[in-house]
Design a protein around this ligand. Structure first.
Ligand SMILES: [Zn+2]
Length: 75
């Protein structure tokens, strides 16, 4: 399975693969409002690890599909 984030120019309205809801991915420690948004299922927590591929490209998506987990990254 290819888990490389899909490059997009801006946040997709909905997932181009499954039509599911696309959520913001938050990195680092969530606090306050972010925790509440996460509990409501409106946010995805990306953790705090920096991930890059073998060419040094970022593998940290800006957005992720709630349904199929497709990941999107801003070009
Ligand atoms: Zn999807």
């Amino acid at each position: 399975m290819d888990m490389k984030p899909i490059k997009v120019s801006s946040k997709p309205e909905k997932c181009p693969k499954c039509g599911g809801k696309v959520l913001d991915v938050l990195y680092g420690m969530p606090m306050g409002e972010a925790v509440e948004a996460y509990e409501r299922g409106e946010l995805i927590l990306g953790g705090c690890c920096i991930r890059v591929d073998e060419e040094g490209n970022s593998l940290m998506p800006d957005w992720q599909c709630k349904k199929c987990n497709a990941q999107f990254i801003e070009e």
